[in-house]
Design a protein around this ligand. Structure first.
Ligand code: SF4
Ligand code: SF4
Length: 433
């Protein structure tokens, strides 16, 4: 029996009845323990632990574990299994590079010279052929399609027709199909929400950049008009029919508007029907945050985010800030996962869309599974880096964003916020359990 390397302890009460919060980032379980047990775990007093009354609970929560295989080796094994999964075909489809917004930080500037911006009928047919062929040959059990762009709702007719045809392939092969969408929300009507729901869209993510004042300075139409009111109206009407997640972009330029934004959202009747999360704004064309911009570095954001969630909970918003063990950080580094540009170009990562240096092929019958599943993304592993192998939050971070690592000067993983705010995050969850 061993003590897990992924236990975290937090002093809860320093009176005579000293108690500690214990959390395990592999099992994500947490509970309260007394001082005697805390000391035994810290000192790895196996004699005490073998005979303590809490032994079974500690084993269940993976605070203790048995077995000859070390946790790190088990995790690495799990990472390989999940990364090389062959049950799900995970597609991200960009029906268009075009957008009705002109956001300053968008990858629009990278893609503006990409020729025809919406996908042609030919590309749509090639996508279908590819799906059909790979489902038949590789016997997937599930298809996931993420629709993004550009703004996918600009191509509403084309995407709904393509969804119908993808659903037909899934039904014919008796496999499950789930659609998700990322949209700016401006063109989302209640009728469209209903239709998308009928076609199997499980969730739409809509981005808001803080209060009306800050959002309308940045997420603007081509004629520079603001978009906040229209998006709120659309969310209000559509959330009856489809689950909406609101991603709130946060950076040094709009942080001062966040209290106003949270208060505003707290007054909306739809607040119980949507979920909201906060995310650091990233500059897509820079492959993530750059120090001389208004983006937060992960370390600084780790402090800000807890205050935002605290405030959001106070106003009754539907939030969750309880990280989970993710064996593989994102689909870009997993097999059988691809991002299809409107011109048919294939990428592995959402952030590299429009960047020719990262293209791994083109959607066509000739695009092979080897091209998809043997490239630098599939070689990337946090387990190759000593700093990740020895990291207490590896189960939560998974080595972070591969794209940030590729673009970083040191070519090393860039630590995610949990590295810097684990204790505060635990205290937050304990306060609000
Ligand atoms: S590599 Fe990074 S940017 Fe690309 S999809 Fe994964 S998390 Fe997102
Ligand atoms: S990137 Fe940083 S936080 Fe993430 S696992 Fe590696 S060392 Fe830990």
């Amino acid at each position: 029996m061993r003590v897990s390397s992924y236990n975290e302890y937090l002093l809860l009460n320093d009176s005579d009845e000293e108690s500690y919060l214990i959390y395990n980032s592999l099992s994500n379980g947490f509970g309260e323990i007394h001082k005697g047990l805390y000391n035994a775990l810290i000192q790895k007093d196996m004699d005490y632990l073998e005979h303590c009354a809490e032994k079974e609970q500690l084993l269940q929560g993976q605070f203790l574990y048995v077995g000859p295989i070390k946790e790190l080796d088990q995790m690495e094994e799990q990472f390989k299994i999940v990364r090389h999964q062959n049950e799900t075909l995970n597609l991200t489809i960009l029906p268009t590079f075009s957008c009705n917004f002109r956001c300053s930080y968008c990858f629009e500037n990278l893609t503006s010279k990409s020729g025809k911006r919406a996908f042609s009928q030919k590309i749509q047919n090639e996508i279908l052929t590819y799906i059909e062929k790979s489902v038949e040959e590789l016997h997937f059990k599930r298809i996931i399609v993420n629709w993004t762009g550009g703004e996918p709702l600009l191509e509403f007719k084309n995407i709904t027709s393509l969804m119908e045809r993808i659903n037909f392939i899934a039904n014919k092969n008796k496999i499950s199909i789930d659609h998700f969408m990322v949209s700016n929300g401006y063109l989302l009507t209640s009728d469209r929400a209903k239709k998308l729901k009928e076609l199997g869209v499980k969730r739409i993510q809509i981005t808001i950049d803080g209060s009306k004042k800050s959002h309308d300075q940045r997420r603007i139409l081509a004629n520079k008009e603001g978009t906040f009111d229209k998006i709120i109206e659309n969310i209000n009407k559509s959330c009856e029919f489809i689950h909406i997640t609101i991603r709130t972009n946060v950076d040094l330029d709009n942080i001062h508007f966040m209290n106003e934004y949270i208060e505003y959202m707290g007054r909306q009747l739809f607040k119980d029907k949507v979920s909201i999360y906060f995310s650091a704004t990233t500059e897509y064309s820079a492959g993530g945050c750059v120090s001389n911009s208004s983006c937060y570095a992960n370390k600084d954001f780790s402090k800000v985010i807890i205050k935002l969630y605290e405030c959001a909970l106070e106003k009754g918003l539907n939030i969750s800030y309880y990280p989970q063990y993710e064996p593989v950080a994102c689909a870009a580094i997993a097999a059988n996962s691809m991002v299809i540009q409107p011109d048919g170009g294939i990428q592995k990562c959402w952030n590299t869309v429009g960047n020719k240096n990262y293209l791994i092929g083109h959607i066509s019958e000739n695009f092979s599974i080897e091209q998809l599943n043997s490239n630098k993304w599939i070689d990337y592993s946090p387990y190759k880096f000593e700093k990740c192998r020895g990291c207490n939050v590896l189960p939560l971070c998974g080595g972070g964003c591969a794209q940030q690592a590729f673009e970083s000067e040191e070519k090393q993983p860039v630590c995610r916020e949990f590295k810097y705010n684990l204790e505060e995050m635990l205290a937050f969850n304990f306060r609000h359990q």
